[in-house]
Ligand binder design. Structure first.
Ligand code: ATP
Ligand code: MG
Length: 308
């Protein structure tokens, strides 16, 4: 642990009462079928934008899928449709027996206790006026119907889970008293508070210092493994995708251009766009002469990196 009380190497899991620990196989598949999103231009001066174009894929129970693509390729739009904050122009999104695009009000609220989204900006995600304890406690009270006392106990468990110890100390802090990595851990604790079955993480580490990224990624990978939750990890970064995912889907201009097991895609990219993304990766194993990273280097085990 660092001097300021940041992160133990192996955070403990929340207690045995956690339903994800005991019934991991109950996570339903997420099925995205022929989904498109066209943003019409209300002023009619510019053309409509096809942000997502006929996309289909499935996230199996407990699987981790990385959605990779350049800026503007439609990743966040897809994330918003999966979490019900945008509606597709065409196609369907099902989670178990729910048709996500048809959910309204209370049904959507209940759905949000099962599917959580983590955004890239840990600075914007937390209300600056609310303590860490309050931020993590709200979903416990709202979604799990816990009493304030039960919720407080759970907040402490969750803060320990994400390595913010001692939890009583962190619960009393305001966001501005935390580092970026610590804030993103609070955001993750808040996302885990209602025992979600699927987490959509939209570039959760892109605003963090490079030295902090590996710790947050490992934390997500660990939860996914130990709690059996499914993960959609959205990123520009193929190296990060390698750490977290079993499968990679590459989007280009709203369309899937490549899809396969992570190692397979990294070692034998078939699409020219994927090769381009591989070329753009900042590779710590690359030769000093700036040669392009070898696929072997990209699929090798990452070196040990400092925790957040
Ligand atoms: N509300 C909106 N209205 C109009 N166009 C939009 C809207 N949201 C997104 N777009 C457009 O849809 C396309 C896809 O945007 P999206 O935010 O999904 O990309 P992204 O892959 O997440 O990019 P980044 O990596 O930069 O976050 C872009 O061309 C964007 O300008
Ligand atoms: Mg985005």
């Amino acid at each position: 642990m660092s001097a300021d009380g940041d992160v133990p190497a192996e955070p403990a899991l929340v207690g045995n009462g956690d339903r994800r620990l005991t019934v991991a196989s109950s996570v339903p598949p997420l099925v995205i079928s022929g989904v498109s999103k066209i943003y019409a231009n209300r002023l009619r001066r510019e053309k409509a934008v096809t942000a997502v174009d006929d996309v289909s894929f499935t996230i199996a129970p407990g699987a981790a899928v990385a959605l990779v693509g350049a800026s503007g390729s439609g990743k966040s739009t897809l994330a918003k449709m999966i979490t019900g904050s945008e509606r597709p122009t065409a196609g369907s999104i099902t989670f178990g027996d729910l048709r996500v695009e048809r959910l309204r009000r209370n049904a959507l609220r209940r759905f949000h206790s099962r599917v959580q989204i983590i955004f890239q900006d840990p600075y914007g995600a937390l209300n600056p006026l609310h303590t860490v304890g309050y931020a993590v406690m709200r979903p416990c009270e709202n979604f799990l119907g816990m009493s304030p006392r039960e919720a407080r106990r759970r907040v402490h468990e969750l803060l320990e889970t994400v390595g913010l110890t001692p939890p009583t100390q962190y619960a009393a802090k305001l966001p501005h008293q935390l580092s970026g990595g610590q804030r993103q851990r609070v955001v993750i604790a808040r996302a885990l508070a209602c025992n979600p079955e699927l987490i959509v993480a939209d570039e959760p580490v892109s605003m963090l210092d490079v030295s902090l990224r590996a710790g947050v990624l490992r934390l997500l990978a660990k939860f996914r493994e130990e709690r059996g939750l499914s993960l959609l990890y959205i990123t520009h970064d193929l190296l990060g995708a390698r750490v977290v995912s079993d499968e990679i889907i590459v989007l280009n201009r709203g369309r899937i251009v490549e899809q396969g097991r992570t190692k397979q895609v990294l070692q034998h990219p078939r699409d020219s766009y994927t090769v381009e993304l591989l070329n753009a990766v900042a590779n710590p194993f690359a030769a000093a002469d700036g040669a392009r990273p070898s696929p072997e280097a990209l699929t090798a085990r990452p070196p040990a990196e400092p925790a957040v």
